[in-house]
Design a protein around this ligand. Sequence first.
Ligand SMILES: O=C(O)CCC(=O)C(=O)O
Ligand SMILES: [Fe+2]
Length: 334
Amino acid sequence: MAQEGAVAVVDVSQLEDPKALADAIASALGSTGFLFIRGHGMEEQAKEMFRLSERFFKEESAEEKKRCAYDNNRGYTYVSQEQLDPDHPAPDLKEGFNTGFIERGNPSKPTHPLPALLAEHAGALSEFQHSCFEFCQRLMRAFAVALELPVDFFSSRHHEGPDSTSILRFLHYPAIPPGAKVANIRAGAHSDFGSCTLLFQRPEGGDGLEILPPGEPLEGGRWKPTGMVPDAVLVNIGDALELWSGARFKSTLHRVVLPSPIPPEGIPERFSMAWFFQPTSSASLKTCVDVTSISEYDLERMEKKGVKPGADITAGQHLQARLDSVYKLAKAAA
Ligand SMILES: O=C(O)CCC(=O)C(=O)O
Ligand SMILES: [Fe+2]
């Protein structure tokens, strides 16, 4: 397996069998929780989605963005609305649009308001969501095999449908002009909430994503850049699967930083897209391995995030608790 900076790289184009896939990916996702995957088959769709995302952020009217403002984890979030790391003094310098389930074959009836420019492309959005869903189900089968569970253990606890909580998120980090005095964080330190995330980064201006590799002290540890692998998707484990798997798969802290000080020429804008793959809301996240086998370090890391191994919590309850912690500052200010 190749290594790009702190994160391993693997090509899965020939790995249809869950066991072969498990052998190729489980160790990286069990150590750093992050893995670049090549040969995923979504390369062209991802490029089309980046074109759509750029048009949306640059050309969509303020009225449409307001009409489709963030609600129930869907819709538009403006720059500085979020603060992923509540301990950091400044809010995140990014804007986003979260798309919930759009039915293939019936894209003109989305489950929440879509701005005009995105509504025109609802069919392509639903196809891309479906590709992300299928790819994650492939990963879920591999994870079940790696943990010696029935192959469908995780995949049968995910579904596509109007009540699914998986989200496709477009992200735009505006350019930082020369001489700007800003905090050096574009997105604060956090871990993702769901089973896993597929992160697509547009190569131009895409730098800045860092992870805190498990094992590093939680305070004052050394952050490492993930690097960038063109056409690969970056997969990372989220808190739900970390909890479920008794930390056999790690939900690693990550953030997006700016250089400090900002260089004289400024910093270009950055685009990324995340598919947050969530379990079915009613699924129990009770740990499916022996809880006593979790290391002290992992227990401390999980407790800091408010995640209690062994607790019989549903995926829906877990998601709501994590969302409330991210948006509480925005709500308090509203
Ligand atoms: O934009 C990125 O590269 C990272 C975004 C991220 O981690 C998130 O939205 O959860
Ligand atoms: Fe994230």
